[in-house]
Design a protein around this ligand. Structure first.
Ligand SMILES: [Zn+2]
Length: 78
């Protein structure tokens, strides 16, 4: 009941995930897997979210931005 109300007010919390899916072919890589090569799908709304196997957690939007900046900084430093 509370979860349904929360979902109606704020949208899906993405609390139920599929098993992480690793994309092997770069040509078929989707946007969620672009960062780590692995993604999970929300079983409630179907949204695909990037997943980090090393930390074993879903990567949030804030972490995505941080990782892109870090990758860009490393690229420019080299
Ligand atoms: Zn969701």
């Amino acid at each position: 009941m509370v979860a349904k109300l929360f979902e109606a007010l704020f949208g899906c919390r993405h609390s139920h995930y599929s098993f992480p899916i690793t994309v092997r072919s770069r040509s078929r890589r989707n946007s969620a897997a672009a960062l780590t090569g692995t993604y999970v799908a929300c079983l409630d709304c179907g949204k695909e979210l990037p997943y980090d196997w090393q930390d074993m957690k879903v990567i949030t939007a804030a972490e995505t931005a941080h990782r892109r900046v870090a990758a860009l900084a490393a690229k420019h430093a080299a």
